[in-house]
Design a protein around this ligand. Structure first.
Ligand SMILES: Cc1cc2nc3c(=O)[nH]c(=O)nc-3n(C[C@H](O)[C@H](O)[C@H](O)COP(=O)(O)OP(=O)(O)OC[C@H]3O[C@@H](n4cnc5c(N)ncnc54)[C@H](O)[C@@H]3O)c2cc1C
Length: 448
């Protein structure tokens, strides 16, 4: 049975699908959004948002505890965290109301939200729970599917942990695993993160990653690189894990394991429709068109960069393009943030990338340790800038430290606008802030 015919059907309402739908509505199209679970997708309901909120609560608590320990005049000993209650509170007060308001925003703009799983029947029809939904154009923004080894939680289930584990193993030093490791490290768990590749956060600047690894050590999070899980035996009480490390096999015993490394794109939506794939993800061109000219794809399912911010950029670009626009994704200026403790930010080229691409490179770093805001919170940090020596253009900005994500927006704009160091040095930044350290780094770029 055909229920209706739409200009655009958006499948999946995470950051990519939400923004694509919102823009298509604003441009006057008749839009249907099909969502199997909750509006807002992984980021809002099971990923970044619950993590960032819980991290904010726990880091505030830790700051108070630290001040109390340092005999600063603030005395609040004996504070504890009931994680199960905290996660329920975050769900009730943050994720759920935001999901409702995103749904209402789309409905107010004229979108129809259809709950159910969509499977494409052909290039102009999707089947949702037995109903055929017809469309002129479709956007596939279905994200990832998590496939943890049996008996362990995947990273989208971290809020189902009821008690703070004494020892936690996280598989994957990536944007999914490291924020979870940070949260439980701050909560007092002894955390081990294992990563198959030789660097944490693939694609981030090496120096910044090394600095982050050191700071994670301060909250009891240890990272082992070039290491993978060989076997896991699980009982009610403990999990015995064997790890293959560069120095041979070792065994560890932990209370809890979270798998943040085993995922694939959600392609069951494709049904009988053939689109070209690349490395198992949906292939798209720079306008986010798939190999079928009326079907677009956006966000994690295209696999170019598995970050919430990339999904938002994709959503905006695809929303414009299904509405008759001609917008390209400028991948190089999309920032990536990871909500570790402290957080990391990367935009533009890393030093290694810039050298590989043949630029004459100058760099400068500024420590955040003596920044007034960072010093007040405790812990260190750094910002590093990558500059084209010939034309003085800012090629990349990379930072680790408290509040860097909120405060280094000037760096993001500078990379996107291809600014020179001189124009940014002449921009007057607020004081005392963390963000002003970007200028302090830039001033040092050509120091003798
Ligand atoms: C624990 C964790 C921590 C993270 N931390 C960070 C971080 O620090 N920084 C960062 O940038 N990113 C982080 N991320 C990643 C971020 O959440 C994702 O990159 C982002 O959500 C991708 O958005 P998306 O719209 O592509 O897909 P999703 O948000 O996954 O949305 C896809 C939606 O499609 C729906 N769907 C799937 N198939 C169908 C179907 N056939 N029919 C109908 N609906 C369907 C799903 O139910 C889902 O709602 C984290 C993720 C996790 C899990």
């Amino acid at each position: 049975m055909v229920s209706n015919e739409y200009d655009v059907v958006v499948i999946g309402s995470g950051p990519a699908g939400y923004w694509a739908s919102l823009i298509a509505c604003v441009r006057g199209l008749k839009v249907a959004v099909v969502e199997e679970r909750r509006v807002g997708g992984t980021c809002l309901n099971y990923g970044c948002v619950p993590l960032v909120t819980a991290l904010n609560y726990v880091s505030a608590l830790n700051l108070i505890k630290k001040l109390s320990d340092d005999v600063s005049g603030i005395s609040l000993r004996g504070l504890t965290v009931n994680v199960a209650e905290m996660f329920k509170y975050v769900e009730r007060n943050v994720s759920s109301p935001i999901s409702d308001s995103m749904k209402k925003t789309l409905e107010d703009l004229g979108a129809e939200i259809i709950y159910g799983k969509a499977v494409l029947v052909d290039g102009h029809t999707a089947n949702v729970g037995g109903k055929h939904v017809r469309f002129k154009k479709a956007v596939i923004s279905t994200g990832l599917s998590w496939n943890p080894a049996s008996n362990i939680r995947s990273c989208v289930e971290f809020t189902s942990i009821k008690e703070i584990p004494n020892k936690l193993l996280v598989i994957g030093a990536n944007p999914f695993g490291l924020p979870i490791a940070s949260l439980f490290g701050l909560l007092g768990s002894e955390v081990l993160v294992v990563e198959e590749s030789p660097q944490i956060l693939e694609g981030f600047d090496r120096e910044v990653c090394e600095y982050l690894t050191m700071l994670l050590g301060d909250i009891n999070v240890k990272v082992m690189l070039s290491t993978k899980l060989s076997s896991l035996v699980s009982s009610d009480k403990a999990k015995e894990v064997r790890l293959s490390t560069p120095d041979g096999e070792i065994s560890v015993s932990v209370d809890e394991v979270i798998d943040a490394a085993h995922y694939v794109p959600r392609l069951d939506v494709l049904g009988g429709v053939n689109v070209k794939l690349r490395n198992g993800y949906i292939w798209v061109d720079e306008y986010l068109r798939t190999s079928l000219n009326n079907i677009y794809a956006a966000g994690d399912v295209v696999g170019t960069s598995l970050y919430a911010n990339t999904a938002i950029v994709h959503g905006i670009v695809v929303g414009e393009n299904v509405s008759g626009g001609n917008m390209r994704v400028k991948s190089n200026s999309i920032p990536r943030y990871v909500f570790t403790y402290p957080e990391v930010l990367s935009v533009g080229l890393t030093e290694d990338d810039a050298r590989r691409m043949g630029y004459e490179v100058s760099t400068a770093r500024q420590s955040l340790t003596s920044n007034a805001v960072v010093r007040g919170i405790g812990g260190g940090g750094m910002v590093k800038v990558i500059v084209d020596s010939k034309y003085r253009g800012i090629l990349g900005v990379h930072a680790v430290g408290h509040k860097v994500v909120e405060t280094f927006n000037e760096g993001i704009v500078a990379v996107a606008l291809e600014s020179t160091i001189d124009s940014l040095i002449n921009t007057y930044l607020a004081h005392p802030t963390v963000g002003e350290e970007l200028r302090n780094a830039l001033i040092q770029v050509f120091k003798p």
